[in-house]
Design a protein around this ligand. Structure first.
Ligand code: AMP
Length: 231
């Protein structure tokens, strides 16, 4: 469905490879949301090597989920007095146990999630997108074997270096990340689809011609006008 007015607080969902993160960044840049991305906040804590960072670093290194009580601690620090800021959550809630945490923040800090946005891409499509990514080890240019191929297969257009896949785009790793999404995040998406159908918006990512198209579809369904202001 589409919303009747543009939301000020959004949670975005999408499996790895859906393009959710780039879309979230663009919504923040162009529509003035503050991005609350738990993965990035956790990485920053590890870089600072503070008390929280030291307790989550093994989870980040192994790709396992950080326990809910530590996510609570992280967000209590990051969400103090959000005031009138528009917030866009990316990566939270990530387990069913974090659903009541979000509700608690809404009550305590006085905001209301007005939209749960699901960038829907099938698992097969997401796996093909991720395993097809290639990067040039010399200049960093990125390609996709199907969607954005180099002129000469597997070689960079700029310096002819042999392209490489990223370590975390190997099929075994991709499958683990997709399994985690199916196991932990899909039930959350299903929860909001059932419990908040009037605030639940799906944008279909399969067979969409480009990220620009998905962005435009999101803007339309979220009722943002085309010029950047919100209605
Ligand atoms: P991401 O960049 O969103 O893939 O997150 C990187 C890592 O941070 C994940 O593999 C988890 O270890 C951890 N993480 C991020 N968000 C959460 C969350 N809401 N709950 C538990 N762990 C999280």
């Amino acid at each position: 469905m589409s919303l009747s007015k543009s939301p000020t607080h959004i949670v975005v969902f999408g499996r790895p490879g859906s393009g959710k993160s780039s879309l979230a960044e663009r919504l923040c840049q162009e529509r003035g949301f503050k991005l609350i991305r738990t993965g990035e906040l956790l990485r920053a804590a590890v870089r600072r090597d503070d008390y929280l960072g030291r307790r989550v670093s093994d989870h980040l290194a192994n790709g396992t989920l950080v326990p809910d009580r530590l996510i609570l601690e992280l967000l209590v620090d990051s969400l103090q007095a959000p005031g009138s800021e528009r917030l866009l959550f990316d990566g939270f809630p990530r387990t069913v146990g974090q659903i009541p945490l979000l509700a608690q923040f809404e009550r305590d800090l006085g905001f209301h999630i007005e939209c749960y946005l699901d960038i829907h891409v099938s698992r097969a499509e997401a796996e093909s997108r991720m395993t097809g990514r290639r990067v040039c080890p010399v200049c960093g240019a990125t390609y996709h074997v199907k969607a954005d191929p180099p002129r000469v297969p597997e070689h960079c257009d700029h310096d002819h270096a042999r392209l490489e896949g990223r370590k975390d785009d190997r099929l075994e790793v991709v499958r683990v990340r997709q399994d985690l999404y199916d196991q932990h995040t899909q039930p959350i998406v299903d929860h909001y689809r059932t419990h908040a159908p009037d605030r639940f918006v799906v944008v279909e990512g399969d067979n969409s011609p480009s990220p620009d198209f998905i962005y435009a579809e999101t803007v339309r369904k979220l009722h943002f006008d085309q010029l950047g202001a919100t209605s």
